[in-house]
Design a protein around this ligand. Structure first.
Ligand code: F6P
Length: 529
């Protein structure tokens, strides 16, 4: 039976019809206990989902759907290391990376080496080819080998190690690397080549250019060992590139790229904030793992987030998900979640390879508050599209300056409230708005949102937060009956790039190409010198 024909789905569809006409104003008016009823707490975190367009019945029906989808069975299969990524024949074991004492020996071994390496860099015992200490680390990676560590390093700016700057270069566009290199000294710069496969076009191009840059300054092949380390699962390719085995921090094919910041891919985080704080990040994620595995369905934060997301996507037809951290330090979280959610669950074939006849992951986007308020929030308030939002707030500021944080929090609460409840014409009139402006001052509201509150932004709470979203992604994959852990959709573009690059260089003809691509290539060739 396909998902949409199950009794659980059908019951939700009928329920959605009945609930569709109810405004959040009505739901709050008829239940004075909505906050208590529709909020969850776990070890310092608070999720308020009372501003979602749900009732107790909605949540119960959604949990029935989770049972129909065998949520508990799939969770057990993941925990037990079954190859649930069946299209690649791989287990999904990123939780093992942050399991503390229970982590597998190979994980502990790499973590130990990462700790020692951080100590060498921070103490200055690791020196560049000319004897200078390392002052700058550049992570060369893309996608999961970039977004997670980049986001975490930015988020943990308040924990930054003194005297060491960590940079991220991802783009194939030489503007990314070149603009960075002009500000760096090859004698004191170390590169981490971060690539699970060690074949990714962008990363390998940047790594080769960086190697030439070091060699041009050192004029000695031996300098590579002082200035390059790798995080990879492809040890043959790292050796081929010339990186000494002792400088390779390994991870394994059971770590998906977008779930890899807990592995050797997290090395730039450990360097930026110190290994001790990296361990706290792992501990926070482990705490969320335990919660995810043990909490009952009605108190389970990741499952609840996923059920709400499914409800909004498939029954309220909200195909856009905004993420708005009211934390400047979390500004890169939306970019990380974009890959995590959209690369995992933006799928059109179910686990059996059959076409899916329901929308899967919504478009995820976002920006830090309060900046977003002065650009795209207008559309959320009055544009007409239904957009689900996650607001993220911090109890305490990580960079406390007098007079900022209460205003920031007030803005966060004001936005979710305005989106939920809007403003009627009568309210606008009562507020003294002149008659001719009333049509412009009406806010329909009824935009659903979650508010997630972290007590503070620390390595531990950041670990909890990221793991929360990771498990949400897993749950949604189970509910939508798809494999969240492959990404075949990015392959076609990669193959075409491989075919078009020689055409652009004039090495192969363009006759077999479509007329648009052929025309563009002909046009672009004139600029080649
Ligand atoms: O774009 C596809 C992808 O495979 C991502 O899933 C991955 O995070 C990224 O490329 C980088 O891959 P790698 O770490 O192998 O360089």
């Amino acid at each position: 039976m396909t998902l949409t024909h199950t009794p659980a789905w059908q019951a939700l569809a009928a329920h959605a019809e009945a609930l569709r006409l109810q405004h959040l104003r009505d739901l709050f008016a008829t239940n004075g206990q909505r906050f208590e009823r529709f909020s969850l707490k776990h070890n310092g975190l608070l999720l308020d989902y009372s501003k979602q367009r749900v009732t107790g019945e909605t949540m119960a029906l959604l949990r029935d759907l989770a049972a129909t989808a065998d949520f508990s069975g799939w969770r057990r299969r993941m925990v037990e290391g079954e190859a649930i990524n069946h299209t690649e024949g791989r287990a999904v074991r990123h939780m093992d990376l942050r399991a503390g004492d229970a982590a597998p020996p190979e994980v502990k071994g790499v973590l130990q080496r990462m700790a020692e390496f951080c100590e060498q860099i921070h103490s200055g015992s690791w020196r560049g080819f000319s004897g200078e200490r390392i002052t700058d680390v550049v992570n060369l990676g893309i996608g999961g080998s970039d977004l997670g560590p980049r986001m975490a390093v930015h988020a943990l700016a308040a924990w930054q190690q003194p005297d060491l700057r960590v940079h991220f270069v991802s783009n194939l566009d030489s503007a990314d690397l070149a603009s960075r290199l002009t500000r760096l000294n090859p004698r004191s710069t170390l590169f981490i080549v971060a690539s699970k496969t060690f074949t990714t076009l962008e990363t390998m191009a940047n790594a080769r250019t960086a190697r030439n840059w070091i060699l041009a300054a050192a004029n000695d092949d031996k300098a590579i060992a002082r200035h390059f380390v790798a995080a990879s699962s492809n040890l043959a390719a790292t050796a081929e590139f010339g990186i000494a085995a002792k400088n390779v921090f390994e991870f394994w094919d059971w770590v998906g790229g977008r779930f890899s910041l807990w592995s050797a891919i997290g090395l730039p985080i450990a360097l930026a904030v110190g290994y001790r704080h990296f361990e706290r990040l792992l501990a926070g994620a482990h705490d969320m793992d335990e919660h995810f595995i043990n909490a009952p369905a009605d108190g389970n934060l990741p499952l609840t987030l996923s059920l709400i997301a499914l409800w909004n996507t498939n029954f309220l037809e909200a195909h856009s998900q905004g993420v708005f951290p009211y934390s400047h330090s979390l500004a890169l979280l939306p970019a990380h979640l974009q890959q995590l959610e959209m690369e995992s669950n933006g799928k059109r074939a179910n686990r059996d390879g059959l076409a899916i006849d329901y929308p899967t992951n919504p478009i995820l986007w976002g920006a830090a508050g309060t900046n977003g308020q002065h650009s795209f929030f207008q559309l959320l308030h009055q544009g007409g599209a239904l957009v689900a939002s996650d607001f993220i707030a911090l109890g305490q500021s990580d960079f406390p300056l007098p007079g900022h944080h209460s205003g920031l929090l007030a803005s966060c609460l004001a936005q979710s409230s305005a989106l939920a409840f809007g403003q009627t014409v009568d309210e606008a009139r009562a507020a003294g708005i002149p008659e001719h402006l009333l049509p412009f001052r009406r806010f329909p509201g009824n935009q659903p949102s979650n508010t997630l509150v972290l007590p503070e932004l620390s390595p531990y709470t950041l670990g909890q937060l990221i793991a929360l979203y990771e498990h949400k992604v897993f749950c949604l994959g189970v509910l939508w009956n798809l494999n969240s852990f492959d990404q075949w959709g990015v392959e076609l573009g990669k193959q075409l790039t491989g075919r078009l690059a020689p055409c652009l260089r004039g090495e192969t003809g363009t006759d077999a190409l479509d007329a648009s691509t052929r025309g563009l290539i002909t046009h672009l060739r004139q600029f080649r010198t």
